[in-house]
Design a protein around this ligand. Structure first.
Ligand SMILES: C[S@@+](CC[C@H](N)C(=O)[O-])C[C@H]1O[C@@H](n2cnc3c(N)ncnc32)[C@H](O)[C@@H]1O
Length: 204
């Protein structure tokens, strides 16, 4: 299967690290995402062992994870922007270079809205499930939101496409189950307003 590309202009990784979530609505989103992730991690309880942050991007959410963190991203520039101090692996979420059950938990944050097809999402979700022996926290964009309606409106009025995809919550939960993940809790940043939604899952 051809993986959906994630092409960005030179310098994007440093801008993503230093500007995207600093100031304005980005800072609000960052605070809400951290709060949602903390709530789900608290509900999960902390099994001892390493966590995988995939994709880590520039490492924004890695500090939130319990235990030592391995950062994985397909983009070398993103991993460089994440800086030293943690294990960093350049690889695709489609083929994680780790043994089955290698991690106590896996975070997959802000990837799946860039993946337009259910088949590709399912392959990634299966890989996340394979390498976790505990929990997986994964985010998706909920189509039942004002933010998504605005995105559709922009598309219909001929504005440039953002490349983000959203799915109905029930559809995404079914995709999780089909990939061998059991959803335990869902946290939307702002249900029906914002698209961003996080799901805590157990294996099996
Ligand atoms: C929007 S960033 C999210 C980074 C981080 N999780 C966060 O919340 O700030 C999306 C990242 O996904 C990475 N990415 C896209 N497709 C990927 C794939 N198939 N495997 C691994 N990383 C991928 C990109 O390189 C980019 O760093």
């Amino acid at each position: 299967m051809r993986e959906t590309p994630y092409e960005r202009e030179p310098g994007y990784a440093l801008r993503y690290r230093d500007r995207r979530f600093h100031g304005g609505s980005g800072a609000h989103t960052d605070r809400r995402e951290r709060a949602a992730l903390r709530a789900l991690l608290a509900a999960a309880g902390h099994a001892a062992g390493p966590w995988l942050d995939a994709p880590s991007g520039a490492g924004r959410m890695s500090d939130e994870l319990p235990g030592p963190v391995v950062q994985l991203d397909r983009d070398r520039a993103m991993l460089q922007a994440a800086g030293p101090g943690r294990a960093r692996v350049c690889a695709s979420a489609h083929a994680l270079p780790f043994a089955d059950g290698a991690f106590a938990g896996v975070l997959c944050h802000r990837l799946l809205q860039h993946i337009p097809t259910a088949v590709e999402r399912r392959d990634i979700l299966r890989e996340l499930a394979r390498v976790s022996r505990g929990v997986v926290v994964v985010s998706f964009f909920d189509a039942c939101s004002v933010q998504h309606a605005r995105r559709l409106l922009r598309r219909w009025t001929g504005k440039p496409r953002s490349g983000r995809s959203a799915v109905q919550r029930s559809t995404f939960l079914a995709e999780l189950r089909a990939a061998g993940l059991r959803p335990l809790a869902v946290r939307a940043l702002r249900r029906f307003v914002a698209e961003q939604t996080l799901v805590l899952c157990q294996i099996g």
